[in-house]
Design a protein around this ligand. Structure first.
Ligand code: NAD
Length: 508
């Protein structure tokens, strides 16, 4: 069947896909069954495009989290006892079905989150790729090392830690969910997923598809609800052995405290205020394209966005002039229009937060350059206009606070030492980008940046075997490749004597 690609085709597909969510409240999926909350409570899911109601959503709390955690604990024995090869086959079937329903997932994600089809068209395919990557690694997930001595054979092995709580944000909900859930399932863990309350729909599709692909009931459960109720209960539940969390740094702090009494293992992917350093010897054309792409794609709601561009003074004026021209040419519009780059923000609260930074920038003393607004913007939508803040310094709020929208802060620096000092002068430490044609400088600066990931002469190009994660307030732990299994599994050392070593003799 031909995939719809025009705005008109996309909107008619959206009407079909969303109708089911409008007709009855979105249920939880617990132990393979679609269930309402025991209390009957729901919350409303609003469209970012025009503020209309997409549907009601079952609002879970301690009861539903307990049901889901018990289901995950019961399912853990059989799922973890399967061979890696058996888990691999099931997870590939999940990936097959994600690819079959890629357009449905993309349209649903656009309408639920405000992200545009231009980028979401690949969301389900990237999700499927995450499942395939970790499926292929399931058969070797338990492998360890051989560490022999003269008297003992030591070998390590890994076993799944148990039921996992996965808590995800609203910026790219589907992709981020698969990024956590696929390695957990490949490792042999079971999952209780609490998706963001502002964008719950694609998590439901993922769990529905996983069941259809043959994932046993209870292996992947989804409980909808608010962070302070369902999310909090999940982090406190004694059956849940670890929490994989993606969201704000302040929420990470709360989760750390909530998880302390049950000694939760925690993995945090948090906020960022990522520097892109552009030296005057760089390939300016490519640097310009990359800076624009990394801040204005995905609505600027990207943890690794290039939110601070640090430009060497000698090229600052020319570089920001060219940034401004490009930024003004970016289309803001309906998320289902394939030509649109920036759609509506997820929620009126977030729209107000992002927009308010124009005033903040003015109060800070920076210059505000605005892009082209959406001329036909439907009333009630959470529309913003892309922004570029120039003549900024790193002590300003616009350089220190995570805006999480299409707003770029441009700061001048004098020399290499100055650039590194500014880049590191932030509470965050997720990603850094270095643009230079001096190979020595590329390595020197990369080594001095206090961030978890550096890209040299590149935007964020993800390679799944590499580690992903941040330093400082940007996170704890790493995902990707074997690093994911380190989190979802326990490492065990087994030491076997060769029968020759001395055993100290005590007593008579
Ligand atoms: P958020 O922290 O407000 O919410 C994230 C999730 O946490 C939601 O599901 C929410 O319901 C839940 N939650 C809230 N309070 C909770 C509590 N007390 N206990 C348990 N769960 C709770 O984040 P957001 O606004 O949805 O997402 C945006 C943030 O996510 C940004 O800071 C962004 O940088 C970050 N992010 C980071 C990465 C990364 O890889 N580092 C990736 C994407 C997004």
């Amino acid at each position: 069947m031909k995939r719809p690609t025009t705005f008109k085709e996309n909107t008619s597909a959206a009407a079909d896909y969303l109708a089911r969510f409008a007709s009855s409240p979105l249920p939880h999926i617990i132990n393979g069954k679609k269930v309402a909350s025991e209390s009957g409570e729901t919350f409303t899911n609003f469209s970012p495009v025009d503020g209309t109601t997409l549907g009601e959503v079952a609002s879970g709390g301690a009861t539903e989290i307990d049901d889901a955690a018990q289901a995950a604990a019961e399912a853990f024995g059989a799922w973890s006892a399967l061979s890696g090869t058996e888990r691999k086959q099931t997870l590939h079937r999940v990936a097959d079905l994600l690819e079959d329903r890629a357009h449905e997932i993309a349209v649903t994600e656009c309408m639920d989150s405000g992200q545009t089809m231009r980028f979401m068209a690949a969301a389900a395919l990237r999700g499927a790729a995450n499942f395939r990557f970790f499926a292929d690694r399931a058969p070797t997930a338990a492998d360890g090392q051989s560490l022999p001595t003269a008297t003992h054979i030591n070998y390590t092995t890994r076993q799944p830690i148990g039921p996992i709580g996965v808590i995800t944000p609203w910026n790219t909900p589907f992709m981020l969910s698969t990024w956590k859930i696929a390695p957990a399932l490949a490792a042999g863990c079971t999952v209780v997923h609490k998706p963001a309350e502002w964008s719950p729909l694609s998590a439901h599709l993922l769990a529905e598809i996983a069941l259809e692909a043959g994932l046993p009931p209870g292996v992947l459960n989804v409980v909808n609800g608010l962070g302070e109720s369902a999310g909090k209960s999940l982090t406190e539940h004694p059956e849940i052995k670890a929490i994989a969390f993606v969201g704000e740094s302040s929420t990470g702090s709360m989760i750390q405290a909530q998880g302390a009494p049950t000694l939760k293992r925690l993995h945090f992917e948090l906020g960022g205020k990522n520097p892109v350093i552009v030296y005057d010897d760089a390939d300016i054309e490519r640097a310009l394209e990359a800076v624009i792409f990394m801040i204005y794609s995905l609505n600027g709601e990207r943890c690794t966005s290039s939110s601070r561009v640090l430009i060497q003074s000698s090229i600052y004026d020319e570089f920001v002039d060219r940034l401004a021209v490009k930024m003004k040419g970016i289309n803001v519009g309906h998320p289902l229009d394939p030509d649109v780059v920036i759609g509506p923000m997820i929620h009126p609260i977030h729209q107000q937060k992002v927009s308010s930074f124009a005033d903040t920038a003015t109060q800070n003393g920076a210059t505000v350059i605005e892009g082209t607004p959406f001329a036909d913007a439907p009333d009630g939508g959470n529309w913003v206009t892309p922004m570029l803040f120039t003549n900024a310094t790193n002590d300003m709020d616009i350089a220190q606070q995570e805006i999480f929208g299409p707003a770029l802060t441009a700061i001048a620096f004098n020399d290499e030492a100055d650039s590194v000092e500014i880049a590191n002068d932030t509470p965050y430490g997720l990603a850094g980008y270095v643009w230079t044609n001096d190979a020595g400088r590329a390595h020197r600066v990369s080594n001095q940046l206090d961030v978890g990931m550096v890209w040299v002469n590149s935007q964020n190009v993800r390679h799944l075997p590499t580690p992903f994660g941040g330093m400082k307030a940007s996170g704890i732990g790493r995902d990707g490749g074997d690093w994911s299994f380190d989190f979802y599994m326990e490492t065990k050392n087994i030491s076997v004597s060769l029968g020759t070593h001395t055993i100290p003799a005590l007593g008579a």
